[in-house]
Each structure stands twice: as structure tokens, then as C-alpha cells.
Design a protein around this ligand. Structure first.
Ligand code: S3P
Length: 177
């Protein structure tokens, strides 16, 4: 157990650009819990970037790698787990993550997602890369996924117009309730 007494995993789910990685980092420092970012683990294990994996092997291959990482992480405890935006597409992932984790959906409106994604554009987001109609694309993806995020989540945290610290503190407040 860590110094704040949280023995479960704290799992962050949500769209690309909702702030999972930065909020994960904040929580990790504040709660003295290890941060595991599923995208980072995939890159580390495969020694390939995510766009490369998507382009060379396809999305299904990536999703299988992602599920293997989830399977591995979900048997552990006391972790902050920052997931890739598509983790909710496989209900087994959610089932596994819920076993030892509390799932927080970082809910952002489309404007917030666009703003954040533009900042990190071209780094590691093949589904959204090279797309002039970024906003439409995000809207379409979100429409397909929204129910999965909300039904998978134990808690929904609205992130629009909030700082990383405010979002992190809100999660800690929920955990302490
Ligand atoms: C994806 C989101 C990405 C990454 C991959 C697929 C998605 O992670 O896993 O590009 O399907 O939404 P982030 O949510 O960290 O951008």
C-alpha cells in the first residue's frame, strides 16, 4: 500500500487529448504510486512507435498488444494506469481493469480534445494523424465510443477548463470519500 493508503489501481480512460498521461503523472507523484502508460509499454516492448505498428501491422495487431499489456497490468495493484483511447473497444480489457482498479473517465468536450491534440499532433496518434478535419474525425470517434467510456467508468471527471492539478485533486477527493 502507498502512503495515501490506496491499494487498488487508479485507471484513467478517455479519448486522446483528454489528459490521461499528464493527469497520470500528477497522480503518480502526488500519491507516490507507479505510473504505467499502456502506449509507452507497447512502444518499449516492441521497440516500435505506435504509428509504425498501425501502418505496418494494422490496428488489430495493435489492439492485441494492448490487450496483452492490460492483462499483465491488471493482475497487479497500487498502480496508476494510463490507457490508450481505444482500450474500451474490447470489453475484456474493461473487465480485467475493473478487477483491481477504479476506472476514471476523463470526459472532455470536442473543443478541449481538438486543442490538446493539436498540441501533440504528429507525435503518436495514427488514428488522428494527417487529418485536416480533425474535429469531425474526433467527433465521429467519440460518438462511437462515448457509451463505452461511460459504461466502463466507475467515475466520470469533467476536464474542460481545468488544470491538471485540479483534475488530479478531484480524483484524489473521490478516492478519499
Ligand atoms: C488510440 C489512442 C492512442 C493510442 C493509439 C490508438 C485510440 O492513445 O493508443 O494511437 O484508438 O484512441 P492516447 O489516448 O494516449 O492518445
Amino acid at each position: 500500500m502507498n502512503k495515501k493508503g490506496i491499494s487498488k489501481n487508479i485507471v484513467l480512460i478517455g479519448m486522446s487529448g483528454s489528459g490521461k498521461t499528464v493527469v497520470g503523472r500528477f497522480l503518480s507523484q502526488k500519491l507516490n504510486m507507479k505510473l504505467k502508460d499502456t502506449d509507452d509499454i507497447i512502444v518499449l516492448n516492441s521497440k516500435k512507435t505506435i504509428p509504425y505498428i498501425f501502418n505496418e501491422y494494422g490496428e488489430k495487431y495493435f489492439r492485441d498488444l494492448e490487450s496483452k499489456v492490460i492483462d499483465d497490468l491488471s493482475s497487479k495493484t497500487g498502480l496508476i494506469i494510463s490507457t490508450g483511447g481505444g482500450v474500451i473497444l474490447n470489453k475484456d480489457n474493461i473487465y480485467l481493469l475493473k478487477k483491481k482498479g477504479i476506472l476514471f473517465f476523463l470526459r472532455a468536450n470536442i473543443d478541449t480534445l481538438v486543442k490538446n491534440i493539436e498540441l501533440s499532433f504528429q507525435t503518436h496518434r495514427p488514428l488522428l494523424d494527417n487529418n485536416r478535419e480533425l474535429e469531425d474525425n474526433i467527433r465521429n470517434i467519440y460518438k462511437k465510443r462515448e457509451k463505452l467510456y461511460t459504461s466502463g467508468a466507475d467515475y466520470i471527471v469533467k476536464v474542460d477548463n481545468k488544470s491538471v492539478e485540479e483534475i488530479g485533486e478531484e480524483i484524489i477527493y473521490i478516492l478519499n470519500k
